[in-house]
Structure formats: C-alpha cells, structure tokens
Design a protein around this ligand. Sequence first.
Ligand code: GLC
Length: 476
Amino acid sequence: MKILYATSEAQPFAATGGLADVAGSLPKALTDEGCECSVIMPFYKNTIKEADAKTFKFVTEFYVPVGWRSQYCGVFEKDVNGVTYYFLDNEYYFSRDFGIYGYYDDAERFAFFSRAVLETIKHTGEVPDIINSNDWQCALIPIYYNIYYRYQNDMRRIRNFFTIHNIGYQGLYGFDLLEDILSIPRHMAMLVEYDGDINLMKGALEVADKITTVSPTYAEEIFDPWFACGLDRALANKKFKTCGFLNGIDVNLFNPATDNGLAEKFSVKRKSGKATCKAALLEKVNLPADDDSPVIGIVTRLVEHKGLDLIREVFDDIVNMGYKVVILGSGEHFYENFFHEAQNRFPGKVSFVCGYVPDLARMIYAGADMFLMPSKSEPCGLAQMISLRYGTIPVVRATGGLKDSIIDCGDAAGTGFTFQTYNAHDMLDSIRRAYDAYGDKKAWGALTTRAMKADFSWKQSAKLYIGLYEELYGWE
Ligand code: GLC
C-alpha cells in the first residue's frame, strides 16, 4: 500500500513542534511495517541546510493554479532511511528570512503547497492509495481533492486521512480570500464556511474519509467544547470517522545508551551516568550542584494551553519545597517576563533559558529528575515520553496523550505523577508527591527503571495506522 504523508514540517528539515517529530519518524515506522510511505513538504530555503539541499535530486517541474495565477513548482526528492521525501520548490513562497510560519500570506503559501501536492501526484504518476494530510496547513489537500481531482480517473481511488495534531490552530481567514487566493469556487464556500469565516480545518473535517488525532483520549476530548476551540459543532456528526492513535518517538534518536550529546551515556543496567548528566545540566544553566535537591525541568512553547498559569500560581511554593527549576522555552512575552523575573528572585534555584535550543532540551531530558507538563490540553505530547526514556519522571496533568502515556505512581506500578483537575494546587500536590518519592532512593530507583523500560516506539501505532489505511483502501 502506498501512503503519501503531507506535512508543513518534518525533522530534520524544518521544525517548530511535535508535528515535525512525527513526520520525521512515523513514515519510517510505516515503511518498516511493510507500507510504501513517502513524505511531501515545502522546500524551505532558510531551514533546510545547504549541504542537505545539494543532495536533493530534481524530479520534475510544472505550474500550479493559485486563484487566477499559475505558479512555478519544482519537485525534488531525497531518500532518508528508505523513505522518499519530496520537497516542493517555489522561492517566492518558501525562501523567506526567518521561521516557516507567521507571514502575511500564509494562507496563499499553504494553498499553493496543498494544490502542488495533488499536482505532483498527477505529474509524477506516483498515485498513492492514501494521502495523510496533517494540520491546517495541509487542510486544503482533501478539500482540493474533492473539488478538483476526485473525478479524474487515475486519482479516483485515493482516500484522504486528515490528522489533527492540535485543534487550536485551524487556519482562519476572511471570505475575501475564497476565490482569488484559495481557489475555492463560490458555490463550494459552504465547505470551509464556519461562524462567518473561512476555517480550513473545518473544511478538511467535512471532506476527509477519516479524521485521526494523536492519542485516544484527545480523540474523545475534541468533541467537548472545553477542548475543541470552537470546532465541536463541526465535529458533532463526525464521530463515526474519528479516532486517535498515540504517537511514538524515535527510540534510536532518543536513547541514553547511545546519545552522543550526553555528558555520560547511561542505561537501565548502568544508571550512574545520569548523575553526570545532572551535574552537566546544572553547570550549563549556572545553577550550583551544592546539594541533592531534585531538579525539575520544563521544556515548552510558552503558550497558555501548556498550563503555564498553574506554574505561575504556585511557582514560589515549588522552589520553597526544595526544587531547582530549569525552564527552556519561548513564546508569549508575558510568560517570558515571568520566568526572567523568577530567575532573578531565586538566584541559584531557578534558571530560565529563553529560546528553542534542541541541545539544551536534550540535556534537560537527560539531566533533570522530574519533568513538568501541566498542560490544559495536550493532543499527545512527546516530551513526557522522551523524559521517561532518560529516566526523568514526568509530572503531568491527565489530559490527552499525557493521560494515555503516563500511569500514576499511586498504584506502585506507575511511571509518573498525575493530577486531574486544571488547578494549581492539585498540580502542586503531585509535585509534592514526586518530591517525597525522590527522598526514598530505593523506590525512586525502581521508578526510574520502570520509566526507562516503558515502550514508546512507533511499532504499535504504526500497525494501527496501517489497519485503518487498509480498511479504507478496501472501499470502492
Ligand atoms: C502538537 C501537539 C502535541 C503533539 C504533537 C505531535 O504539537 O500540541 O501534543 O504531541 O503535535 O502530534
């Protein structure tokens, strides 16, 4: 079976969040399980390293309709561990100065990309059985398929999966974009109309053959207005085609036994290296290694739904309990200012690094004792799985993928500390339970062993995806 995985980001070529990790690892797992999976993404000139770009092979070129215009598209390919990655080239859209999103013409950039994905299929003749599109940036793929391609003979049998990695980002635009930019005929406007705006994700939900999301719990939560960011009404009659599979992580990439980025490697059998990693982390973030106090790490985008208001509310209590706190992240200035200020108030106890620094993130996963993720909502979350792999115990709110991946220690067989309600003192209680548990070195050792042995490889989920792909593929 042939799968085309369409994404706006994928490791190691462009990344702003978890989607990139998934797009960089799930396709390989699907291939290992016997599918032929290719990835298709924009050829970003600013994030793809020149050395990489030089190894791309030119495949073909053509023009893509964008409203009333015709825009150039070059197709390049590269084999990455047995998976073909296609890169769609147009310098006007994808040769930009910084980052990959946040431009005034994002709607047009991803309309171009989405249409170009379908044109690539037409021009290369490589017709997939399934297109799996991800998030709002690719939401126009199933929409265009339905408007323009489903009646074309050679593309008739393609089935469309749409995966929601975060329902909070929907692609909202004004109606003035409908025809000239988004190439949606006026009589089809109802596909994307929602609450008086254009909502691209809503359109994808309407037309996709299957909607998947990244954990079983999140697949239920999105029907609840508290989580749905307004889309619950669009989803209400789509339960029959919605499901959730828990993401995995690349267990070779995140492996403390082979990770060259660590101050000392370690494993379940030889855990002593973790202490070296802790010392290296403290040194790196300018905190003293003067006592045995536990280090709690936070690596996150600094946005509201990551639960930062809970942390803000009881931050002093956490530090006063005896923790050292290391925070890495950037985002809303309000939170950045809070952590800068907290660092000044608690010298030697709190360290905040503002930014997205993958090497430091890795040092925190490996060197911290606990990892805090009190998310208001969390479709899946990957950091808690990576932490487990490095024997760093997650303290999480039981929501979405956090609920599906972390078992509370209360029953003595767990892998972390969880709390249910979105409440700062419930979170604090879990943080206190973790603190107390840390004091019992023998039990803590058993806990970190369980954590490191937990299996979050892609194997299981890849099989679930394939099962569903096959179910759809059988349809006439
Ligand atoms: C988004 C979600 C995160 C998930 C990731 C990959 O970034 O917010 O929870 O793990 O996508 O699916």
